[in-house]
Design a protein around this ligand. Structure first.
Ligand SMILES: C[S@@+](CC[C@H](N)C(=O)[O-])C[C@H]1O[C@@H](n2cnc3c(N)ncnc32)[C@H](O)[C@@H]1O
Length: 283
């Protein structure tokens, strides 16, 4: 998408600089060996004294290590072991699959905001008999939804290592599978906090599977996800580390992937949670 050209504010420039530093440090040879401040500042064409202060903050947050690599005492920066460990895996989900504690921690964290999302989406669920939660995690969203909408049957759809430990619930069935292959059929699809884990091409692939799962004329695809402006740019940078291709999107970027996935229209719902907003997309 073409970005409209305009002067960047000082804050935006600073955020761009942070993103450049992260991208460079994460994707460059710094994987194997540390980079000195001068190497980094010349690669990024930026002022070493400003860069030093930024790196000092990232070291303080334990995102990078500061190593005294040269005789002259100039610092070398390297990734911390925790980031390197994560990056050995194909993505966050393969890391979770082999680390049950991480999987539980992650799902527990995701549970917190489901309570805020459900009241905002009750209206969208009127008239539905079945709904499938794609990438539904431990199924909390659907469990809360069927509690307030007892006429609905929920299908919590996620990878097998996730649904195998998802709690049982009377009106929610746990189904294992891969959303890139096929989504179980229902009156509506709901996906919360899933698409921002993926790059545009993967999002478009996932979104193209959703209309195949719902009735042609009446089916709904409900997306609850983060929107830039609600979330800060730094969280977008964290997505580079956690997911490789995941990103936080502006409304225009969401509209771009919806268009590419052949949706012809959408409406927006407001969710009173800091990071989320809702999109109901139509084919
Ligand atoms: C950020 S979590 C969101 C979980 C849940 N929607 C919530 O908000 O509580 C993303 C979910 O996508 C699931 N996921 C990742 N790859 C998947 C795939 N190929 N098929 C189905 N689910 C997948 C993960 O296992 C994880 O539960």
């Amino acid at each position: 998408m073409e970005e409209k050209r305009r002067e960047l504010t000082w804050e935006e420039e600073e955020e761009h600089a942070k993103v450049d530093v992260w991208k460079h440090l994460l994707k460059s040879r710094c994987h194997g060996s540390p980079m000195t401040l001068l190497e980094l500042s010349s690669a990024l064409s930026c002022d070493p004294s400003h860069l030093y202060r930024l790196m000092r903050a990232l070291v303080h947050r334990k995102i990078f290590k500061d190593l005294n690599t040269t005789q002259k005492g100039s610092s070398g920066y390297a990734q911390t072991p925790s980031i390197q460990r994560l990056r050995k895996y194909k993505d966050l989900w393969s890391f979770s699959a082999t680390n049950p504690d991480h999987s539980k921690l992650f799902n527990d964290a995701m549970t917190c905001d489901a309570k805020v999302v459900v009241p905002a989406e009750i209206k969208s669920c009127k008239g539905l008999e079945t709904i499938v939660g794609v990438g539904g995690g431990n199924g909390i969203l659907l469990r809360l939804l069927v509690e307030v909408c007892p006429w609905i049957w929920g299908i919590n759809f996620d990878l097998s290592h996730v649904v195998s430990v998802s709690p049982e619930c009377d009106r929610v069935e746990n189904v294992a599978g891969d959303m890139f292959d096929c989504v179980p059929k229902a009156d509506a699809v709901i996906t919360k906090g899933v698409l921002h884990d993926w790059g545009d091409d993967d999002c478009i692939r996932i979104l193209k599977k959703c209309p195949e799962a719902v009735p042609k004329d009446t089916g709904k695809v409900i997306i609850i996800d983060a929107k830039l402006a609600n979330v800060k740019l730094m969280l977008d940078v964290v997505m580079i580390v956690d997911t490789k291709k995941g990103k936080e999107r502006s409304l225009e970027e969401w509209e771009y992937i919806l268009g590419e996935a052949d949706f012809t229209g959408h409406t927006i719902t407001h969710v009173h949670a800091i990071q989320y907003f809702g999109i109901q997309a139509f084919s």
